[in-house]
Design a protein around this ligand. Structure first.
Ligand code: IPE
Ligand code: IPE
Ligand code: MG
Length: 251
């Protein structure tokens, strides 16, 4: 038995996805430039990855840079790309030490060559790790991903390797960049915004949603614990009735 405020180890979400938002406002509140917020955001990534390992979460997907974020001022985009390269370089030894496997979803080909290369190197280096799967969404958007999946499927239909009548939900899931990654059980968005911002729209179909006003650089293990405990008090019905769910859990 666990108390109302403690994590029930038997019901830990297997996959948590986070829209890490509020870096800019966090910095502004302190009278600093936005990039300081992004730097503090990297520290929060490290903290939350470690907390996930401790709590037993197997997949952590972080929205780091969206397709739409390319439209930010050039200085901010450049600073973010530099930060990405530096962080990957700096963090790889710790990822190895902590048994973290790095994965990516998104249009990596749009990243500056150096960033893409560093990223791919880190992914292959950590590929054999068996702890937390840390999935970074980079140059990612759900509409981009779904459009890309439709193109791949259409091509295979044209070539005759997919039969139109055989296309089902599984066919679509398999052509998304999240192929082999289970759907998120819990989605967290920080900073008080109540929207999805083009993130995992297919995969979030039955995820539990959790919003907090805390800015991402302030999000810590205690905030994560609160989100998980909140999640554990939800009843996930997947379209069924509450009675069906409680009956099944008795078996
Ligand atoms: C999230 O923080 C990080 C990225 C989108 C790269 P923001 O940069 O969106 O911070 P706010 O929302 O402006 O405070
Ligand atoms: C979503 O945050 C993208 C990331 C966290 C990387 P944004 O700050 O870009 O989202 P909007 O523009 O407020 O919807
Ligand atoms: Mg934002």
């Amino acid at each position: 038995m666990s108390g109302m405020n403690e994590i029930d180890k038997s019901k830990v979400p297997q996959h948590i996805a986070i829209i890490m938002d509020g870096n800019g406002r966090w910095a502004k509140r302190k009278g600093l430039s936005r990039i300081f917020g992004h730097q503090a955001g990297v520290t929060a990534v490290r903290r939350i990855t470690e907390a996930c390992a401790e709590f037993g979460v197997k997949y952590l997907t972080l929205y780091a840079f969206s397709t739409e974020n390319w439209n930010r001022p050039k200085e901010e985009v450049d600073a973010l790309m530099t930060l990405l390269v530096d962080s990957i370089e700096k963090e790889t030894p710790d990822l190895m030490k902590n048994n973290v496997r790095l994965l990516a979803i998104g249009d990596l080909g749009r990243l500056p060559e150096k960033a893409e290369q560093k990223f791919r190197n880190c992914m292959s280096q950590t590929d054999g790790n068996t702890g937390v799967n840390l999935v970074l969404a980079l140059s990612y958007s759900s509409r981009w991903e779904i459009t890309d999946a439709v193109k791949q499927i259409a091509k295979q239909v044209k070539e005759g390797s997919i039969n139109i009548d055989k296309i089902d939900e599984d066919t679509i899931s398999k052509h998304l960049t999240t192929n082999h990654i289970p759907d998120p059980d819990l989605l967290i968005r920080t900073s008080g915004e109540l929207r999805i911002s083009n993130f995992l729209m297919w995969q979030l179909a039955y995820s539990e949603l959790y919003f907090t006003d805390v800015y991402w650089p302030d999000f810590d293990k205690e905030e994560l614990r609160k989100a998980i405990v909140d999640y554990q008090h939800r009843e996930r019905r997947f379209g069924k009735t509450s009675e069906q769910i409680t009956e099944n859990s008795k078996i």
